[in-house]
Write a protein that binds this ligand. Structure first.
Ligand code: URA
Length: 444
C-alpha cells in the first residue's frame, strides 16, 4: 500500500475505494501504518469529507478490527443510547437502570470526559470501588443476570477507533461529521443491538454547535445504523445550558440517584424520559409513547430502577449503599456559595465555560494519563429566563482548596450572565428518524 498516494488522492477531494479503506484500517490497527501518515489522511478527510460509500467502508472496517457483543438467543431485546456529549449530562446513569427495569437489556457502553465535556465512566468511577473495565464476556454474563451493564469501550470493541480517536484528539480532527459518525457507530454497532437511540446535543456547549450540523450528524449516524440492521432514532437536545443542576462527577451521581428516586430536576427528567420512550418503542417493548412513559414512571415509582442501579453497582465492585446515602461518595474539601451580583433575569448559563472550569479544578483531563478528582464541580440552580435578586444564592462551587474556590467563583461570574431578559431554548427540538426530521413545534 502506497500511503502517500492515498493521502494525495483524498487531499485532492477524490474518494478512496471500499477495499482501500478496509486495508488501510486493518493495517493501521495492526501497527503497520504510522500515526503521522494517518494524521495527514484524517486532516484530508476533515477538509474533504467522505462519500457515503467511503463512510460505510470506514465504519465496517473499524468494526472488523475487533470483536462484537453477541446476544443470539437472548430472551429480551437489546437497546442502547449514546450522547454526543455535554455538561451535566448524567442521563445514562438513570436511563440504563430505568430501561432495564422495563425488561429490555441495556449494554451501556460509555466514554470518558472529552475536552470540556464530562464522561459517564468518570462519573461511575466516583462510586467507591466501581469497575468499568468489564470484558465482553463479563458484560454479557451481567446482562443475562441483571439486564444491564455499564462499561467502557473494551479492548475487544473497535480497537481501530480507540487509536484513531486518540490521534484525532491531538490533531484537531475531532469535529468532523463523518469521523464522529464512524467513531460512534463502529462502537455501537459492535454491541449487537436491536435498536439505538442517539442524544445529539446542540448549542454552545456541544461539539457541533449549529443545529443544522447536529441534524446532519444525526442523519449520518441513522443511515449507518439502519443500513446495518440496527433501527436508530435521534433526539436533538439543548446544550446551550447545563442539563440538570449538578456538573462534576460525584455531584452528578448524587443528582442521578435523586432522579431515580423520582425527584430529579425537571429538565434532566424530561430528557431521560424522552430518550427512554424512544428506546422502549424502538424495540417493541411498549406500544405507544404514553405506554412507554407509564412503564418508565412505574419503574421509578416502584423503586425497581433504583434497585437495579444498586445491583449493577454491586455487581461491578462498587458500594451499593450509595443509593441510600450519598455521603458514601467522595466529598469536596471546600464548598462555597455563589450569589447573583445584580438583580435581573438570567440571560445565559454558559456550559462550555463551566466544563472548562471543571477540567481546571481537576475534574477532567488535559492528558490521557491524567487522573480525575471526582469531588469537584458546580451546582447551578438557575436557568436562562429565571428572575434573580441581587445577592440571591444561585450556585455552589466544590473544590479541593481555596484556590479552587476562587477559580470556580470566577468561572461562575463569566458563565452565569444576568441581564434584562433571557429565554430558555427548547430542550428537545427535533426528532430524527430514517423517514426524516420532525421539528417539535414548541419544543419541550
Ligand atoms: N464520541 C465518540 O465516540 N467519537 C467521536 O468522534 C466523538 C464523540
Amino acid at each position: 500500500m502506497v500511503i502517500p498516494a492515498l493521502i494525495e488522492h483524498k487531499r485532492d477531494g477524490r474518494a478512496l475505494s471500499a477495499e482501500t479503506w478496509a486495508t488501510l484500517i486493518r493495517e493501521y490497527a495492526g501497527g503497520r501504518v504510522p500515526d503521522y501518515q494517518m494524521s495527514a489522511l484524517l486532516m484530508a478527510v476533515f477538509f474533504r469529507g467522505l462519500e457515503p460509500g467511503e463512510l460505510a467502508a470506514l465504519t465496517d472496517a473499524m468494526i472488523e478490527t475487533g470483536d462484537r457483543l453477541r446476544f443470539d438467543g437472548h430472551p429480551t431485546p437489546v437497546v442502547d443510547k449514546h450522547s454526543t456529549g455535554g455538561i451535566g449530562d448524567k442521563v445514562s446513569l438513570l436511563l440504563a437502570p430505568m430501561v432495564a427495569s422495563c425488561g429490555v437489556a441495556v449494554p451501556m457502553m460509555s466514554g470518558r470526559g472529552l475536552g470540556h465535556t464530562g464522561g459517564t465512566l468518570d462519573k461511575l468511577e466516583s462510586i467507591p470501588g466501581f469497575r468499568t473495565d468489564l470484558s465482553l464476556a463479563e458484560a454479557r454474563r451481567q446482562i443475562d443476570r441483571l439486564g444491564c451493564a455499564m462499561l467502557g469501550q473494551t479492548p475487544e470493541i473497535a480497537p481501530a477507533d480507540k487509536r484513531l480517536y486518540a490521534l484525532r484528539d491531538v490533531t484537531a480532527t475531532v469535529e468532523s461529521i463523518p469521523l464522529i459518525a464512524a467513531s460512534i457507530m463502529s462502537k455501537k454497532l459492535a454491541e449487537g443491538l436491536n435498536g439505538l437511540v442517539l442524544d445529539v446535543k446542540t448549542g454552545s456547549g456541544a461539539f457541533l454547535r449549529e443545529t443544522e450540523r447536529a441534524i446532519e450528524l444525526a442523519r449520518t449516524m441513522i443511515a449507518l445504523g439502519e443500513a446495518r440492521g440496527c433501527p436508530t432514532v435521534a433526539l436533538l437536545t439543548a446544550m446551550d445550558r447545563p442539563l440538570g443542576r449538578a456538573c462534576g462527577n460525584a455531584l452528578e451521581v448524587e443528582e442521578a440517584i435523586e432522579g431515580l428516586r423520582g425527584s430529579g430536576p425537571a429538565d434532566l427528567m424530561a430528557v431521560t424520559y424522552a430518550l427512554g420512550v424512544e428506546m422502549l418503542l424502538l424495540v417493541g417493548a411498549a406500544t405507544t409513547p404514553d405506554d412507554a412513559h407509564r412503564r418508565l414512571e412505574e419503574a421509578v415509582r416502584s423503586g425497581r430502577a433504583l434497585e437495579t442501579f444498586a445491583r449493577v453497582i454491586e455487581a461491578q465492585g462498587g458500594n451499593p449503599k450509595v443509593v441510600e446515602d450519598p455521603g458514601v461518595l467522595p466529598q469536596a474539601q471546600a464548598v462555597e456559595v455563589y450569589r447573583a451580583d445584580r438583580g435581573g433575569v438570567v440571560a445565559a448559563v454558559e456550559p462550555r465555560r463551566l466544563g472548562r472550569a471543571i477540567v481546571e479544578l481537576g475534574g477532567g483531563r488535559t492528558r490521557v494519563e491524567d487522573s480525575v478528582d471526582p469531588t469537584v464541580g458546580f451546582v447551578v440552580t438557575v436557568k436562562p429566563g429565571d428572575p434573580v435578586r441581587a445577592g440571591e444564592p444561585i450556585a455552589s462551587v466544590f473544590a479541593r482548596d481555596e484556590a479552587g474556590i476562587a477559580l470556580g467563583l470566577s468561572a461562575l461570574q463569566e458563565a452565569v450572565i444576568i441581564g434584562e431578559r433571557g429565554r430558555l431554548t427548547p430542550l428537545i427540538s427535533h426528532r430524527i428518524t430514517a423517514r426524516g426530521v420532525e421539528a417539535l413545534a414548541d419544543g419541550v
